[in-house]
Design a protein around this ligand. Structure first.
Ligand SMILES: [Zn+2]
Length: 425
């Protein structure tokens, strides 16, 4: 382990533990966006920043900006950070790892007396998780001027309050946040770099390459509630040729799409396909041929074109199956979330930094969405560092080894320090 990693270990461990203790729930941690435990992360980060002599600003959405001034303040800043909230009874490191890494870089720069040319800014986003109100990326979308007015009318998953009310209670104005105007001058960001736990098993499955440099963030296309409509009938009395079995039709569609998916992967496409919701009618029974089944679909890829082609293929297959099985497919409107590109220059800097530190890495796509994607789609050059973690995320069993975190932190530190160095130096 390098000298920088060694020096940062105690800071990181105590940061994670302090926040975990504040937000501990029945299982895991709960930090609702704009709630008191997310606020604790912001206050705790502010107190650390004060000791490091950083300037503090809060934008109109409540995102926290902590700045270590550079020697040439006319230059655009290098910015790093992530979100401080969590899902209900979630893990401690989703979001918080990127907050801690960004602060740890500021602390190292301060402690080692390193003065950079550009401003280095830590950015802590509000409410990234959608599980409380159904809207993800609230803080970053508001920052980019891309949060829609209707979206703050969403209601809490359990309590009778709206997102707008919670935002107001925290001291911010939902109307300013949904005005369509960016809340900061995004052209003053030379690069936004987010460190995040991987949330998948790939890095953790490797014994040596446990840091990821992200190649892009997958976009997605969703159908929230579709139906297959057939005909309900007695399971014993109706022979195969007379049936209109909705479940069999859906089963065939999924089996066909699974085979297409496999061959598309073999052809080199980036694609994931999930049918996570399937329900027969409330009156369904084992002795009744199902006349109706509802389902939801999610397809993701780094390429929106791949998603669109796969979606079109699925509609064609559904039509064919409908004819053959004498049922009808009813698809609802698609919900689309654009893929986000990693900036080639930022990615090259991250890879060069990892090589300089002697930290082996994997180049990999991000399957989950992130605040970084929102900024990238608003024109900010973006890059991401993944660190290995265990048991996925969005659950209380989520885990991360401090050694993996520190390797990712060092890649971030080196990237920030060498930001204006030529690649071959
Ligand atoms: Zn996250």
């Amino acid at each position: 382990m390098s000298e920088f990693q060694n020096k940062t270990r105690a800071f990181a461990e105590s940061f994670f533990e302090t926040v975990r203790r504040d937000s501990a729930d029945r299982a895991g941690v709960s930090r609702m966006g704009y709630g008191p435990h997310e606020q604790f992360v912001h206050d705790f980060a502010s107190s650390i920043a004060r000791e490091l002599g950083m300037q503090r600003e809060v934008d109109a959405a409540g995102n926290l900006w902590l700045t270590l001034p550079g020697t040439d303040r006319s230059l655009a800043a290098v910015v790093s950070g992530s979100h401080g909230d969590s899902v209900p009874e979630g893990g401690n490191y989703d979001g918080l790892a990127g907050v801690c890494a960004a602060l740890a870089v500021a602390k190292t720069l301060h402690d080692e007396g390193i003065r950079l040319k550009r401003d280095y800014r830590v950015l802590i986003f509000r409410m990234e998780e959608s599980s409380w109100f159904g809207r993800a990326y609230v803080g970053s979308l508001a920052l980019a001027g891309a949060l829609k007015p209707g979206e703050t009318a969403l209601r809490h998953r359990q309590e009778n309050i709206t997102l707008a009310e919670v935002i107001r209670e925290a001291g911010f104005d939902p109307e300013v946040m949904t005005s369509g105007r960016a809340l900061a001058d995004l052209s003053r960001i030379a690069a936004f770099i987010e460190l995040h736990i991987e949330q998948g098993p790939r890095l953790d499955a490797s014994s040596s390459e446990r840091v990821g440099i992200v190649t892009g963030i997958r976009g997605n296309l969703r159908h929230q509630s579709c139906r297959v409509l057939g005909e309900t009938a007695h399971s014993g009395a109706v022979d195969r040729e007379f049936r209109h079995d909705a479940v069999m039709a859906l089963g065939e569609l999924l089996a066909r799409m699974d085979r297409h998916w496999e061959s598309w992967l073999a052809a080199g496409e980036d694609l994931v396909f999930t049918c996570g919701v399937v329900n027969t009618a409330p009156t369904a029974a084992i002795a009744i041929i199902p006349g109706e089944v509802s389902f939801g679909l999610d397809m993701r890829s780094l390429s929106m074109q791949t998603i669109e082609r796969f979606h079109a293929l699925m509609l064609r297959e559904a039509q064919d199956i409908a004819r053959k099985r004498r049922v009808r497919f009813a698809f609802d409107d698609v919900l689309v979330c654009e893929a986000a590109s990693v900036d080639a220059g930022v990615r090259a800097k991250l890879e060069a930094a990892a090589r300089r530190c002697g930290i082996p890495f994997q180049a990999m796509p991000s399957g989950a969405g992130h605040d970084a994607a929102v900024l990238a789609n608003a024109g900010v050059p973006m890059g991401m560092i993944f660190v290995a973690n265990q048991n996925g995320s969005h659950n209380a069993r989520e885990a991360m080894r401090i050694e993996d975190f520190l390797a990712g932190y060092e890649v971030l530190l080196r990237t920030v320090c060498d930001f204006d160095k030529k690649e071959n130096q």
